[in-house]
Design a protein. Structure first.
Length: 422
């Protein structure tokens, strides 16, 4: 009979091991990490090449050193001179940031022993190799062996370890899938290369919530956290225009204001075009069909263009109503007030369904100065500064849209009322 290495004990007699987070100095990153880096923890930051992972982590090393603690930045992709040039550009200076260019994990472990840093950053795990495993750097066997060696060092010495990982074209982390199971925290770094907005999403976190989101703005002089990102996703204008609707999406636990814009145009030739950006194409097609069937709006014969502002991606079903209202507003040429938000999921039967986190969404809308909320029926408490217009169906929502629309638009409205569905 096998002899266990230790005895099983009642859970009530086990002393909890309370983790102590050390802030990185970047509030948006600390938000996702649950308060900061835990000594002895291993964090994997994954993202596409060129999205700004190295810039973010060099800023982390800089802020960490400003708190009086040593940070060791090891790169297998750039020389120390190249890192220094980037550090000068973003203002990263100080004697507490140590740089090394290595691709052999044993040399990396030597630097860790010599520097005795409280934070170690390895950029990237796919460029590291070890003689104790077969294959080339970046291969399945090598990545597992390198990660295991670095993780053992972090746990043994008690320093925080951040590993950089590249993602494939499909969006998964390059290397073995089990790499995510070897670490304590997994963060995904996302962003549009054509813009400066970057998002850090928590995927796994043994020391905090795993569904937090941090917002950053990448610019020529580095990267900075955006504490209030909602204004990035709104089109600043002085007067309302047709074809726009504002919603409040939940990205993780974070409410974000987003704007949907719709444009209908007469087809030049052939079948009508469908161009969708920032919104799921299938849901946009479904909402168009619902408007055709239940509200009798003949919009499918037009070219339809749908987009979000600021490169925002709306995957939350709560944005369905905003898409429907934007399309109907463009069709009727009726602009909504800039102080109105629309939140709700649209069903195939033309009904509006409640969505989770409505309290947080409405509170965010009130905080930003909105005073009208077009929402499905529900029991949530509405902030005092908001007037709730509840609609059980898409037709009822469109009737509310007509009531609150800005009829002072310079162009005449295409329709004055909605046809009653048959």
């Amino acid at each position: 009979m096998p002899v266990p290495a230790s005895h099983a004990v009642p859970i009530s007699s086990v002393r909890p091991n309370l983790s102590r987070h050390r802030p990185t100095g970047i509030d948006e990153l600390d938000r996702v990490l649950g308060g900061g880096v835990v000594p002895g923890s291993v964090t994997l930051l994954a993202g596409e090449p060129g999205v700004g992972k190295s810039t973010l982590l060099l800023e982390v090393a800089h802020r960490w050193a400003q708190s009086g603690q040593r940070a060791l930045y090891i790169s297998g992709e750039e020389s120390a001179g190249q890192i220094r040039l980037r550090a000068d550009r973003i203002g990263c200076k100080g004697e507490q940031v140590y740089l090394a260019a290595e691709s052999d994990v044993h040399a990396v472990l030597g630097h860790i022993e010599a520097v005795q840093a409280a934070l170690v950053i390895v950029d990237s795990v796919q460029t590291m190799s070890t003689s104790e495993a077969d294959g080339v750097a970046g291969g399945v066997t090598q990545v597992r062996a390198v990660t295991a060696a670095l993780t053992a060092a972090a746990k043994g010495h008690g320093f925080g370890l951040i590993l950089v990982g590249h993602v494939t074209k499909e969006g998964s982390i390059a290397g073995p899938r089990s790499l995510e199971h070897l670490v304590d925290v997994v963060l995904h770094f996302e962003g549009d290369r054509n813009g400066g907005l970057r998002m850090v999403r928590g995927v796994k976190n043994r020391f905090g919530a795993a569904d937090e989101v941090g917002c950053f703005l990448l610019h020529d002089n580095g990267i900075e956290g955006i504490a209030d990102p909602s204004n990035l996703f709104l089109d600043q204008r002085s007067a309302p225009v047709p074809g726009t609707a504002i919603t409040v999406a939940l990205d993780g636990k974070r409410p974000l204001i987003g704007e949907v814009q719709a444009l209908l145009a007469t087809p030049v030739s052939g079948a009508p075009r469908r161009a969708v950006s920032g919104i799921d194409h299938a849901r946009a097609a479904m909402i168009t069909a619902v408007l055709e069937k239940h509200a009798k709006l003949t919009i499918a014969v037009n070219d339809i263009y749908l987009s979000t502002v600021g490169g925002m991606r709306l995957t939350d079903p709560s944005a369905d109503l905003a898409v429907a209202i934007a399309l109907a507003s463009a069709y009727a040429n009726l602009p909504l007030p800039t102080t109105a938000v629309t939140i709700g999921e649209v069903g195939l039967a033309g009904d509006l369904r409640p969505v989770s986190g409505m309290d947080r969404r409405l509170a965010e809308a009130e905080r930003l100065g909105f005073n009208i909320a077009l929402i499905p029926p529900g029991r949530e408490e509405v902030p005092t500064g908001l007037r709730a217009l509840r609609a059980p169906t898409i037709v009822a929502a469109l009737e509310h849209m007509i009531d609150i629309a800005d009829h002072r638009s310079s162009a005449p409205a295409k329709v004055c009322r909605l046809d009653t569905p048959h």
